[in-house]
Design a protein around this ligand. Structure first.
Ligand code: SF4
Ligand code: SF4
Length: 310
C-alpha cells in the first residue's frame, strides 16, 4: 500500500472550500513561487527545522547526530542538509523541543482515520476535506488510494492545486474530486517563469481540460504587490476564465502576507519578499471591481491588508 508525506493537517479550516474542512498539506512542490507562504512544503522529503528561541545550547543534538550534520556557533545551529537524513535522533535528544522533523508519513488508513475524526462537522456545515500543499498532484498515486475511501464515507473532497502536473496525474483522481481550487497567478509567460520558476502553458491547458470534463472550480490568485497586482493581470485572468472555463463558480483574490518569514529562517532559507509591503484595502477592492467590470460576477478578496486584518 502506498504512503504519502504530509507536512500539516489543519482542522476547522474555513478558507479552503465550502463549510468546515480539514486541510491536508502534502509535501513537495515543483514550483518556486517567490511569495510562497509554505516553504516547508517545497521539499518532497521530511526535513529538520530548528527553533532558535527554544534552544538552550546544551549540544545534545550534536552528540546525537551520527553523520555530523549539526554545528552550533554564535550565529545559531547550522544544519548541513546534504548530510542530514532526517533520522530524528537529534529531535529525541533535545531536552527543550528546539528541533522538529517536518513531514510525516501516512498510510491510507491512518490518514483516512485522521480526517474522519471531524466527520460530524463536515456533515453539519456541508464541509469536507481539502488536499493542498505544496502541490498535492505530486502524490496523486497516494491520493488515488485515499480518495475512494473518503468518498465511500460520503466526504466532500476538494483539491487545491497549482495545476502544474501532467494531465495523466489528474486523470488518476478526477473521479473522486468534487471541487478544484485552481491557482492562476500571472498571465504574462515571462513573468510567470521569473516569479514561479515554471512556464504556465501546462497549467492553462490543464485548467481548460478540467472545465471540459465538467469539474467545478474556484480560481484563486495570490495578489502580490508589484508582481501579480496589476489591473492588467487581473483583467487577463478574468478574460481567461470567461473565455475558457465555464465551470468556474468563484474567483478569489488572496492578499499577500509576510507571516511566513520565521518559517523560512527555521529552514535556513531566504524569503525574498521580507520587505514587501502589504496590499491596501482599496487596492483589493479595486481589483475586485476590475474583474467584475471585465464580466465575471462572483469575485471576492480575503487576506491581510495594511492597518487591518480581514
Ligand atoms: S535528523 Fe538525524 S541526521 Fe539530521 S541532524 Fe538530526 S540526528 Fe543528524
Ligand atoms: S505553488 Fe504554492 S506551494 Fe508551490 S511554490 Fe507556489 S505558492 Fe508555494
Amino acid at each position: 500500500m502506498k504512503r504519502g508525506i504530509v507536512f500539516s493537517i489543519q482542522r476547522f479550516s474555513t478558507e479552503d472550500g465550502p463549510g468546515i474542512r480539514t486541510t491536508v498539506f502534502m509535501k513537495g512542490c515543483p514550483l518556486r513561487c517567490i511569495w510562497c507562504q509554505n516553504p516547508e512544503g517545497l521539499n518532497p522529503r521530511p526535513e529538520l527545522v530548528w527553533y532558535d528561541v527554544r534552544c538552550i545550547g546544551v549540544r545534545a543534538c550534536i552528540k546525537a547526530c551520527k553523520v555530523g550534520a549539526l554545528r552550533l556557533d554564535e550565529d545559531g545551529l547550522h544544519i548541513d542538509r546534504s548530510r542530514c537524513t532526517a533520522c530524528g535522533a537529534c529531535v529525541k535528544a533535545c531536552p527543550t523541543g528546539a528541533l522538529e522533523i517536518i513531514g510525516t508519513e501516512y498510510d491510507v488508513k491512518s490518514l483516512v482515520d485522521e480526517v474522519l475524526r471531524d466527520m460530524v462537522f463536515y456533515k453539519t456545515s456541508r464541509g469536507g476535506v481539502t488536499f493542498s500543499g505544496g502541490e498535492p498532484m505530486l502524490q496523486s498515486s497516494f491520493l488515488a488510494e485515499v480518495l475512494p475511501v473518503l468518498k465511500d464515507h460520503g466526504v466532500h473532497v476538494a483539491l487545491d492545486t497549482s495545476g502544474f502536473a501532467p494531465w495523466r496525474e489528474f486523470e488518476k483522481i478526477l473521479g473522486w474530486i468534487d471541487l478544484v481550487l485552481y491557482d492562476l497567478k500571472l498571465m504574462d509567460v515571462a513573468k510567470h517563469i521569473e516569479f514561479t520558476g515554471v512556464d504556465p502553458t501546462l497549467i492553462w491547458e490543464n485548467a481548460v481540460n478540467l472545465a471540459k470534463r465538467g469539474v467545478r472550480m474556484w480560481i484563486r490568485t495570490p495578489i502580490i504587490p508589484g508582481i501579480t497586482d496589476s489591473e492588467e493581470n487581473v483583467r487577463a485572468i478574468t478574460r481567461f476564465i470567461i473565455d475558457n472555463l465555464p465551470t468556474v463558480e468563484r474567483f478569489e483574490l488572496l492578499a499577500f502576507n509576510n507571516l511566513c518569514i520565521s518559517k523560512y529562517k527555521r529552514l535556513g532559507m531566504k524569503f525574498l519578499l521580507e520587505k514587501a509591503r502589504l496590499m491596501k484595502r482599496e487596492e483589493m477592492e479595486n481589483l475586485v471591481r476590475v474583474a467584475r467590470e471585465e464580466g465575471f460576477g462572483n469575485v471576492m478578496w480575503s487576506g491581510m491588508v495594511e492597518r487591518d486584518v480581514r
